[in-house]
Design a binder for this molecule. Structure first.
Ligand code: 5GP
Length: 182
């Protein structure tokens, strides 16, 4: 899918669900959570690409404890808005998590499969501790039993875009979270 006109692109943005200001406040809460939890102990912040990269960039700057970052790619949606029901790790971490307190930052928990699998995988590598913060959480859609340590926004069963989240690789650049049309 390609958007060839600005009008087609704009028409896909149905309504703003979470504003820039609300996101900014939530980032502050995430930073506080991490700073209180680790209280000066060094941590490794892991983000699941691509959706969580904007979220990570903001949370990182709200963190005051010594931290390193790493990325992994895990995919459960291959295109469009329907879950394939499969999780694939296509790019792994470069750090040995056995040496770290790990914080996973995720953009959205939907069926729960991605985090369930990623957390299971990382726990097998025996991190010093492991916590998960998600920007968005759609509990109505859960098919596996998984609850993140911190969900900044609980949202209804809608397909959302913006602030790193895409529709067909577009809309990651929106500074807010919007509901996607159609
Ligand atoms: P889960 O494994 O929990 O079903 O799905 C997690 C992944 O599905 C997220 O990291 C995200 O890439 C994708 N996803 C789930 N719901 C949405 C949504 O509403 N919008 C977008 N853009 N991606 C979603």
């Amino acid at each position: 899918m390609k958007f060839t006109t600005q009008e087609d692109f704009d028409a896909k943005i149905k309504s703003v669900l979470i504003t820039e200001e609300e996101i900014k406040n939530a980032i502050g809460r995430a930073g506080e959570y991490i700073n209180n939890l680790y209280d000066g102990r060094p941590i490794l912040i892991v983000s699941i690409l691509k959706g969580a990269f904007v979220f990570m960039a903001d949370v990182l700057r709200a963190v005051t404890v010594p931290c390193e970052i790493d990325f992994m790619v895990a995919k459960s949606y291959y295109s469009g808005t329907v879950s394939s029901g499969m999780v694939q790790i296509t790019m792994d971490l470069t750090h040995d998590v056995g040496d770290y307190h790990v914080v996973i930052l995720e953009d959205i928990v939907d069926t729960g499969r991605t985090l369930h699998d990623v957390v299971g995988l990382l726990k097998e590598r025996h991190p010093l501790s492991l916590h998960v913060i998600t920007l968005l959480d759609k509990p109505e859609r859960r098919v596996v039993d998984y609850t993140p340590d911190l969900s900044l926004f609980v949202i209804p069963d809608r397909f959302v875009i913006g602030y790193g989240l895409d529709y067909g690789e577009y809309f990651r650049n929106l500074p807010y979270i919007a509901e996607c049309e159609g």
